[in-house]
Design a protein around this ligand. Structure first.
Ligand code: UT7
Length: 330
């Protein structure tokens, strides 16, 4: 009988820019205040990638380099790089393509995956399938977004939420039952109207009008998204627990997408998890879209033990949402 191969996370890396944008900074830019932002979202500051010529791939590269260093491998040893992002350097070539070149990952193929805030989970599940197939041995999955490139800093309802960053994990075959064990992923395009960026694609190619009408910025109807997110993320995480016969005691960590602390609290409560089992770094980075989950794993890496069950959960534009069960291998 063939041994079942799972995709274990064998290294993790991250990168956040040094420049900080605090709530106080934002209060000088738009009609907002620290108290409103903290109480409604849990955010205190975000990181912003500043500098001419710097794009999402410039955050992917240091995050992937950190992964390689941690594992003692070279970029040439990577078989495939998947970059989850809504802020690619360009429409094409893919950010993965550009990052592989900058890294010197000469033997890798790669592609970008677009699933907004659920991008890392969609990419992790895709990358795990490549490993499980037996065809690839080293797949790097990266969530990276330069959200500051698509944010309207005159719109107080969105500009306070988002930040820039990147996080990456290495997936390798495992035959001891560690790694990505299960995923429930969902999409519902009818929710697309509540959270999107209308300009720049084939529907609304860039024109003077699309720029004037601010169609190249992220658009969000916050309240509508909140209502779907708070139910969607909690439901799918709970469904994943049930289908794997896990109780709250069996779960070491909830690793939630960091969009709003109130959505995270609702998910933890539905799962019956106490606060000390919930990874939370929204205060430091805000919503970095595809990067939130790997940035959490990075920040909490010293507190995760081999064999821990982690439930990763996200909800975002699309709508897209999902939950993934990972047994920690390191
Ligand atoms: O990651 C992708 C998925 N996205 C999400 O999960 C985000 C989901 N949505 C949310 O997290 C929340 O809806 C927000 C944080 C975006 C907004 O919080 P809210 O509690 O839903 O606020 P609201 O939009 O209902 O606005 C409440 C009030 C309004 O004023 P009035 O009409 O009550 O007078 C807003 O105009 O707060 C006002 N407001 C602000 N006030 C100060 C909106 N933005 C701000 C602001 N500062 N930045």
């Amino acid at each position: 009988m063939r041994t079942k191969i799972t995709a274990a996370i064998t290294a993790i890396g991250a990168y956040v820019p040094e420049d900080k944008l605090t709530n106080a900074d934002l209060a000088n830019m738009v009609d907002t205040n620290d108290e409103w932002i903290r109480s409604r979202t849990g955010i205190e500051e975000r990181r912003i990638l500043k500098g001419a010529g710097l794009a999402t791939s410039d955050m992917v590269v240091p995050a992937v380099r950190a992964v390689c260093e941690k594992r003692g491998i070279k970029p040439e040893d990577i078989d495939c790089l998947i970059v989850a992002t809504v802020t690619p350097d360009m429409m094409f070539p893919s950010t993965a393509n550009l990052a592989c070149d900058k890294l010197g990952a000469k033997n890798a193929w790669g592609f970008d995956l677009l699933a907004a805030c659920s991008g890392f989970l969609f990419a992790l599940t895709t990358g795990a399938s490549l490993i499980e197939s037996g065809r690839y041995r080293r797949v790097v999955v990266c969530g990276a977004d330069k959200m500051s490139s698509i944010i309207d800093y005159t719109d107080r309802t969105t500009c306070i939420l988002f930040g820039d960053g990147a996080g990456a994990v290495l997936l390798e075959p495992n035959i001891e039952g560690f790694g990505v064990l299960d995923s429930i992923l969902r999409t519902d395009g009818s929710g697309g109207k509540y959270l999107n960026m209308k300009g720049g694609g084939s529907l609304n190619p860039a024109t003077i009008e699309t720029v004037t009408n601010k169609m190249h910025y992220a658009y969000q109807e916050g309240q509508a998204v909140f209502k779907f997110a708070v139910v969607g993320m909690a439901d799918v995480a709970y469904e994943l627990m049930e289908r794997n016969n896990l109780t709250a005691d069996d779960i070491a960590w909830l690793v939630p997408h960091q969009a709003n602390k109130r959505i995270i609290d609702a998910t933890a409560s539905r799962m019956g998890l106490p606060e000390d089992k919930v990874m939370l770094n929204i205060a430091k980075y805000g919503n970095t879209t595809a990067a939130t989950i790997p940035l959490c794993l990075w920040d909490y890496r010293k507190q995760i033990n081999k064999g821990d069950n982690l439930v990763l959960a996200a909800f975002g534009g699309g709508f897209t949402w999902g939950a993934t069960l990972v047994k920690w291998a390191m």
